[in-house]
Design a protein around this ligand. Structure first.
Ligand SMILES: C[S@@+](CC[C@H](N)C(=O)[O-])C[C@H]1O[C@@H](n2cnc3c(N)ncnc32)[C@H](O)[C@@H]1O
Length: 366
């Protein structure tokens, strides 16, 4: 087999096995797998499981594995339990158990109805219970989730002395925004971290976990957020200032973050800023930025609508400017960066793309 094909198959298998294994998605995959495995759609279960996995973007191997609750060992107890549960729901009491073959046609129809009803309820109950267990197991046991929890605790502790509203904002943002689980899964490099439009400076703090002497630099136009950041990050090697990202003197950096800020700038200034960031990165350094995803239908509309509200609440005086993904991609490629894009759904129904760009450790000769 050719090397390229082998590599493709290896990558495909890795993606299949590891996609969307965060606690909520893993729990959803197990729930649907068990539900589909219990309801009597024999012969169609694999098809249904793959269909649901594609529709809800769940881990396919996990959902398929969960449908194996329908196996020769469990089949009889599941059917009996479904019929009994269905009978109980319809008649208020468990019915004496009899073999289906001794029923008349009318009784058979009755029992089949009880079976279908009972299996749906049993599927919901068993799927729900297994989903809760899965969520707890994935949450507590996987190293990535453990590390994410530790980082989030570190950030929450760092902002514990902030005013109530600010502290609460940080906690909710850490809880709801999936950007932090994505960042925790990335190599955040070494050396100076710069966060352009840093707001409260949460991402700086998040990046400093594990290396609290790391140099952190941030700027934002919002003076209140910067004062919260300065107060909270005083024990770290951090310097944050009220400054426009366009005027911020970029030092040589190992990591530059721009999270939900580019849309405040006109198109050409966004691209100029990205170019400047790429030039400021050390070899092997990373530029990570998040922008809205323009190609996600209703979610895009919601994301833009929310941003317009934010813009008007902050009296920004312009509308959010979002380029299409290809424009960001080509700006990064032109600057010689290696680029990976992650489209992701947040817990709130918002649509974002995370661009993860790396300056090659060894620059190519061309
Ligand atoms: C949606 S918030 C994101 C804050 C932060 N990056 C985060 O993820 O929590 C956008 C921030 O960008 C800041 N901002 C907008 N335009 C800016 C500019 N030209 N220079 C510096 N900061 C800017 C705003 O003040 C605001 O705090």
């Amino acid at each position: 087999m050719q090397r390229g094909l082998k590599e493709y198959i290896r990558k495909f298998a890795t993606t299949l096995l590891t996609e969307r294994l965060d606690p909520a998605s893993a729990a959803a995959a197990v729930f649907w797998g068990i539900f589909i495995g219990i309801i009597p759609i024999y012969g169609l279960q694999t098809l249904a499981a793959v269909g649901v996995a594609l529709l809800l973007r769940l881990n396919k191997p996990l959902i398929l594995a969960a449908t194996f609750v329908n196996n020769p060992l469990f089949w009889a107890p599941t059917v009996v339990a479904s019929i009994e549960l269905g009978g109980f729901l319809r008649h208020g009491s468990f019915q004496p158990w009899r073999l289906l073959i001794v029923f008349s046609a009318a009784q058979l129809k009755e029992e089949l109805f009880s079976w279908v009803l009972g299996s749906v309820v049993l599927g919901l109950l068993a799927g729900g219970a297994a989903a809760l267990v899965t969520m707890a197991v994935v949450h507590w046991l996987t190293p990535a989730q453990r590390s994410l929890r530790q980082r989030i605790r570190f950030v929450n502790r760092t902002y514990a002395g902030s005013a109530r509203y600010d502290r609460g904002f940080v906690r909710w943002k850490m809880r709801l925004d999936r950007i932090f689980s994505l960042l925790a899964a990335e190599d955040l490099g070494t050396g100076t971290v710069v966060d352009l439009g840093c707001g409260y400076g949460m991402a700086l703090c998040f990046a400093a976990f594990g290396d609290q002497g790391r140099r952190l630099l941030g700027c934002d136009l919002n003076a209140h957020r910067i004062s919260v950041a300065q107060h909270a990050l005083h024990a770290l090697n951090a310097e944050t200032s009220v400054c426009d990202v366009r005027d911020f003197a970029l030092p040589s950096a190992g990591l530059i973050l721009i999270l939900d800020v580019l849309q405040y700038l006109p198109a050409e200034e966004q691209l100029a800023l990205l170019k400047r960031c790429c030039a400021a990165l050390e070899p092997g350094g990373r530029l990570i930025f998040r922008v809205h995803d323009r190609e996600r239908g209703l979610r895009t509309a919601l994301t833009l609508g929310l941003d317009r509200l934010l813009f008007s609440a902050e009296h920004v005086g312009s509308r959010p400017t979002i380029l299409c993904a290809a424009q960001y991609r080509s700006a990064l490629s032109e600057a010689g960066m290696e680029v990976v894009e992650r489209r992701f759904r947040n817990r709130l129904p918002l649509a974002h793309i995370l661009f993860l760009a790396r300056r090659p450790a060894v620059e190519s000769a061309s």
